[in-house]
Ligand binder design. Structure first.
Ligand code: LLP
Length: 421
């Protein structure tokens, strides 16, 4: 019999039904604490910014806030969620490559702490709208440093076609955007932001990112007199999905980041005072579990399917990214495997496979399948495909649990539809 956050899985299922998303808040808090312990420096003011796109709800924001972290939002929806959670607006960082006028006006009105400007048109719009405010707004410019990192590989691409940020190679546009921002006395241009990828196992990728950015800031200072006080290095720290994943220990990656930043600052004296990182996945993936009921099973010449009562509608990552997950059958964690199974969802789509191949003991109709490490970009990317309502989300901690997002009802899902006259 297994437990999550000290609560028996069977109790969670009988109280809340399936499919169910459960977070082990004890595990999440341990991760937050790890970041808090290790992302510290004598030289810089350090900040950990939770990338709330990984999983955004008021209860989550409140936990992150209680650890003194900042929060990254990328839309009005995420911004309102963070504000309703009660976070001080000055602790919100607003990202996005195509912010609407409404979003920019709202962010200014609510005194959101930092806006990360993505492009020249946004810089112009922001400059104009910030003329009418009576408080300073802090702005970073997102740049594309030409480094792309995913899993074990990182490449220096010189890639200039990313939809995010302004390429460092596009110097005139980049400097133009900064000059536009600096024209407005209400805007404090604080520095640069970059995000080089996701599920990064290679700390050298971050080292390369930092060196590239410092050398660029040095150039901007010497050529144009532009100085930066803040460097926001983005997220991308890996989580352990299966036993094949071995993320770099956080202590090591934090140390590599801060030591490199210090060396570069010693070398260039750019004036950087503040360093931020923006973890999303690594804070919440491993704390999350998706619980499903096993339904029918089916044998084909080459496979044995176990069907579950959810699928790509609550976790699209396997279908979209071929993401790998581990799972077990509740109550049989220690039984010897009986065979190799394919876990498929109930959606009308051949690609609706949650786990392509996994060794499991014998499963029966009605058993609970516990899928691990689903806490990042699972619920956050859920859809209504096949009109499946969104699952409930529960936080379990020290033997107790509470629902933080109710299960959606079919009526709620249909309620936006207009009746024909
Ligand atoms: N900061 C910025 C500006 C980002 O764009 C992202 C992620 C993060 C931070 C957080 O990255 P993390 O630490 O979570 O890797 N849906 C994909 C992931 C997309 C990530 C987009 N940006 C997935 O499920 O793998």
């Amino acid at each position: 019999m297994s437990r999550i956050g000290g609560v028996p899985v069977r109790e969670l299922v009988s109280a809340c039904g399936t499919p169910l998303v459960v977070y082990d808040v004890d595990v999440m808090k341990a991760k937050l604490q790890e970041y808090r312990d290790h992302f510290v420096s004598d030289r810089f003011k350090t900040g950990v910014v939770y990338a709330s796109k990984a999983f955004s709800c008021k209860a989550m924001i409140r936990i992150v806030d209680s650890f003194g972290f900042l929060v990254d939002v990328v839309s009005l929806g995420e911004m309102v969620t963070a504000l309703l959670a009660g976070i001080d607006p000055s602790r919100i960082i607003f990202h996005g490559n195509n912010k609407s006028e409404e979003e920019i006006e709202y962010a200014l009105e609510k005194k959101i702490g930092t806006i990360v400007c993505d492009n020249l048109m946004e810089a112009m719009m922001l400059e104009e709208k910030a003329r009418y405010i009576d408080h300073p707004v802090h702005v970073l410019l997102r740049v594309n440093p030409g480094i792309e990192a995913h899993t074990h590989k990182y490449i220096v691409t010189g890639h200039i076609d990313s939809k995010f940020g302004i390429s460092l190679l596009d110097e005139s546009r980049l400097v133009h955007a900064i000059m536009v921002l600096r024209e407005n006395p209400n805007i404090c241009f604080d520095g640069l932001h970059a995000h080089i990828g996701s599920q990064i196992f290679e700390k050298q990728a971050f080292v390369e990112e930092i060196r590239t950015l410092f050398s660029y800031m040095n150039k901007m200072k010497e050529r144009y007199g532009i100085t930066c006080n803040t460097l926001d290095l983005g997220g991308g720290f890996a989580a352990r999905y299966t036993n094949e994943d071995a993320p770099i220990p956080l202590a090591e990656v934090c140390e590599a980041i801060l030591t490199t930043a210090q060396e570069e600052e010693d070398k260039y004296q750019t004036g950087i005072e503040r360093i931020w990182i923006e973890p999303g996945r690594s804070l919440c993936a491993e704390a999350g579990y998706n619980l499903y009921s096993i339904g029918f099973t089916k044998k084909t010449p080459n496979k044995t399917y176990l069907f579950v009562n959810g699928g790509m509608s609550d976790n699209i990552r396997p279908a979209l990214y071929q993401a790998k997950y581990d799972a077990y059958i509740e109550g049989r964690e220690n039984d010897a495997p009986e065979g190799t199974f394919t876990i498929a969802g109930k959606c009308c789509e051949s690609g609706d496979i949650l786990i392509e191949s996994i060794d499991l003991p014998k499963a029966h109709y009605g058993d609970i399948l516990v899928m691990k490490t689903t806490g990042a970009y699972g619920y956050a990317m859920a859809s209504h495909y096949n009109k499946l309502p969104l699952p409930a989300v529960v936080f379990a901690e020290s033997g107790k649990f509470r629902t933080v997002i109710r299960r959606e009802s079919i009526e709620h899902m249909i309620s936006l539809e207009e009746d024909e006259l």
